[in-house]
Design a protein around this ligand. Structure first.
Ligand SMILES: Nc1ncnc2c1ncn2[C@@H]1O[C@H](COP(=O)(O)OP(=O)(O)OP(=O)(O)O)[C@@H](O)[C@H]1O
Ligand SMILES: [Mg+2]
Length: 139
């Protein structure tokens, strides 16, 4: 499914729809260039899970955990080199956590992602709106 979000609010709304469709154990791979809107979309997912805390980008901490209707694990792998470093940090078990796991820059560990992974790709269109393609989840 492909959506076009013309504003931050649209992207938050789409994130909420995604957050309402996930199940415990859902793993979401978010792809898209710097500033594409991956963290904005994650904020929408968090809102749907009843998470009131503000979502901060976990670029320096690797993972941020939030308590909502189900736990949300938000990973940002921008700073890791690849699978080996991720495994050394004990990352693999994070892929099979309870609750929902959302991974920014998941292409760094592409080979480790299970077949059941939901793939979401955000593309910045020439008019600055965001195209969001969702594979593996009905919303
Ligand atoms: N339609 C839109 N949807 C989402 N963000 C938008 C949109 N239009 C403009 N923006 C802006 O784009 C930026 C998206 O930032 P965000 O932190 O979500 O990106 P990101 O993909 O997580 O980047 P990074 O790879 O650095 O983590 C924000 O500054 C936001 O205001
Ligand atoms: Mg981000």
């Amino acid at each position: 499914m492909i959506f076009v979000c013309g504003s931050v609010e649209d992207t938050l709304e789409l994130g909420k729809r995604i957050g309402n469709a996930v199940r415990p154990g859902t793993l979401i791979s978010l792809r898209g260039s710097l500033g594409a809107g991956k963290t904005v979309l994650t904020k929408g997912i968090a809102l749907a899970l009843g998470i009131g805390e503000s979502i901060v980008s976990p670029t320096f901490t690797l993972v941020q955990e939030y308590d909502g209707r189900m736990p949300l694990h938000h990973l940002d792998l921008y700073r890791i080199s690849g699978c080996e470093e991720f495994e050394m940090m004990g990352g693999e078990e994070m892929l099979y956590a309870d609750g929902v796991t959302v991974i920014e820059w998941s292409e760094k560990i592409g080979e480790m992602l299970p077949d059941s992974t939901v793939f979401i790709e955000i593309t910045i269109l020439p008019d600055q709106s965001r195209q969001v393609e969702i594979k593996g989840l009905e919303i």
